[in-house]
Design a protein around this ligand. Sequence first.
Ligand code: NAD
Length: 369
Amino acid sequence: MPANKKLLILPGDGIGPEVMHQVERVIEWFDKRRIATFDVTEDLVGGAAYDAHGTPLHNDTMRRALEADAVLFGAVGGPKWESLPFGLRPERGLLRLRKEMDLFANLRPAMVFDALIGASTLRPEVIRGLDIMIVRELTGGVYFGEPRGIETLPDGTRRGVNTQVYTTPEIVRVARVAFELARKRHGKVHSVEKANVMESGELWREEVQKLRDAEYPDIELHHMYADNCAMQLVRNPKQFDVIVTDNLFGDLLSDCAAMLTGSLGMLPSASLGAADSSGRRRALYEPVHGSAPDIAGQNKANPLACLLSFAMMLRYSFDMGQEASLVENAVKRALDAGVRTADLVQGGTKTVSCSEMGDAILKELDRLA
Ligand code: NAD
């Protein structure tokens, strides 16, 4: 059995604790079956941390996150904390984690489960079997570039400025993540920018090509303009394997790709930092959805995005690809059997609660193990 893994669980607010509880049941199942054991620490983040400590992320929690092999995050936020000053809002807890863990690569898979093909707005033949990984640069680019701000001009009109800026190391480290992923997938990377109209895009293209030629000659690399990529994602998404792009384009394209798959309750994500000398990377895994205050506390939430984030953690932080596939197959089989939370319900299927979805996953795990 693999050695213990240090895992920090931060359920957060709203539906965060409900969906995370289903993951904890799966962790217990792994432990009981002696497949893997985790050293689990649980802590507060977001509004829950503010209520307890007056801050959305206590320094002790930050320290635990830096010491952990992986952080599993639920969701934060809700109406109760919306009128707090900006620096104390629940979302600041997540932003601090991302910043201090230096999580520069955001991985968003877009995968279509056959049983949910009807939930997409696209035709079944366009999305059947879809499996894309979008790698978005997360800590640079126009969201962070200086100068930035709004100034009043001498004539009384105003001017808003943001700066798109990337350096060679920033481009190379995220491109490397994409090439490494492609090696474990189907060996193809699309690098996306606007090199036709932006110098930062020109640099991006040159650096990605240089890295590929020097270290990843086995990977098929294509360069694509971001506007074309948006069109291609909707026209023929199956041409993609791994897409790597900057912070701004990645923000838009990952949401576009996510919607190919139908439901927010199904979308996992990972954010990775640099590897240290032992190969260990800081990493945070979280569902894409928020805290869903409209259904919080009602046992209605879909826990699958959180469970699939846990599967990503197994694969990318602990190199447990087989165990990750086990969880993903359990999800697939539960969906094939018609088990649906309210957000996924289609004609002829029965609605189950969050905990009943957890029951169904455990049952499938028992069958598969
Ligand atoms: P949301 O993702 O919380 O909810 C959007 C809609 O999707 C809601 O109708 C909700 O019921 C539904 N939904 C979301 N997840 C679901 C699930 N697992 N199962 C079933 N239905 C689900 O987005 P929002 O309403 O814009 O934001 C609510 C709060 O969450 C806000 O405070 C926002 O700031 C916060 N938020 C947090 C994160 C995060 O923690 N990473 C991300 C987005 C939003």
